[in-house]
Design a protein around this ligand. Structure first.
Ligand code: DGY
Length: 318
């Protein structure tokens, strides 16, 4: 009998075409919204391949509901939505889509950095509301970027690309975690402990995966350490930041601002967040360019097909 794949969401056509040409049987949830967990469990009952998204929870209950499952292919580089340990214990391969979204996510982090420090969304709203009555010395003052200190937490692929993009701005670059010879050589970056980075940075940008040890890495204590003129940028995963605490410090003007692409309880936002001017909010669009999303879809499908065909797959995590 032919193997069967379930695709949990509407994805770019390039991926769908590859799936349709694969010769495997196919079932698709052709909607933009995720299926509720029980409906997803029902869909995977007799499939060998599952192509899923970062907001599908692939836990033990889901895996147990899919006795024939051979591969879980996540169309994302982050895979905190999957119980990889349990999948491994059941002999199920898990794949992700690394590399493709490195530049686009780093670019979005810069876009957010500019947006919050130069108050671009606020300025745009101001203009659309017809409130511009002429140049004023005190109108929409923001923070400097050039010459400031950039703190990069997590210097994997995306964090490194983000840091390297600072080259034109003559910034002092601090990073925490493992030594990164490329950043040391290219930027004379300083590898410092987390506390020093938080204390000394004018911009702190998060580029770490969501793991237990990173949950609320930025919380009450860290906000207290930040300069009152500093900005926080998060394009990594929401739960790395204590969002309720962030709302409190933004409300109190304890830090200058924050720009977020990811949220602790995505898609829900912590009450109060949308009422603040010193925050810029984006709807998890780090990888949202047409070419990147096409390539992500193709890679996620290709990973799944390779495993089902018994071929090796370089993007296999377990
Ligand atoms: C990922 O792939 O993990 C990103 O968050 C998607 O934008």
């Amino acid at each position: 009998m032919n193997k069967k794949i379930f695709l949990s969401r509407r994805i770019p056509d390039a991926g769908i075409r590859l799936l349709k040409d694969s010769g495997f049987d196919l079932d698709m949830h052709q909607q933009d919204e995720p299926l509720p967990p029980e409906a997803l469990r029902e869909k995977v009952r007799d499939v060998q391949g599952l192509i899923c998204l970062l907001d599908d929870t692939i836990d033990a209950a889901l895996i147990n509901a899919a006795p024939k499952l051979e591969v879980i292919s996540n169309m994302a580089v982050g895979y905190n939505n999957i119980d990889t340990g349990y999948a491994k214990s059941r002999g199920i391969a898990v794949c992700n889509t690394p590399g493709i979204l490195t530049q686009s996510t780093a670019e979005l982090a810069w876009a957010l950095l500019f947006a919050i420090s130069r108050r671009i969304p606020e300025a745009d709203t101001f203009m659309r509301e017809g409130r511009f009555s002429g140049w004023k010395p005190l109108l929409m003052l923001g923070g400097d970027i050039s010459g400031q200190t950039l703190g990069v937490i997590g210097t994997g692929r995306i964090g490194t690309a983000f840091a390297l993009m600072s080259k034109g701005f003559n910034m002092r670059v601090l990073y925490s975690g493992k030594p990164n010879p490329e950043l040391d050589k290219e930027l004379h970056a300083e590898n410092v402990d987390l506390e020093t980075l938080i204390r000394e940075s004018d911009f702190i940008s998060l580029h770490i995966p969501l793991r237990k040890e990173n949950h609320h890495l930025i919380g009450k204590k860290e906000f207290t350490l930040m300069k009152p003129t500093a900005y926080l940028i998060n394009t990594a995963r929401g739960p790395v930041v204590d969002e309720a605490e962030l709302v409190r410090v933004l409300k109190a003007g304890r830090i200058a601002g924050a720009a977020l692409d990811v949220y602790e309880n995505e898609p829900a936002l912590t009450p109060g967040l949308t009422e603040l001017d010193n925050v810029v909010l984006a709807p998890h669009i780090g990888s949202a360019t047409v070419p990147v999303r096409n390539r992500l879809a193709v890679m996620a499908v290709d990973n799944c097909l390779k495993i089902l065909r018994g071929e090796s797959c370089e993007n296999r995590i377990v």
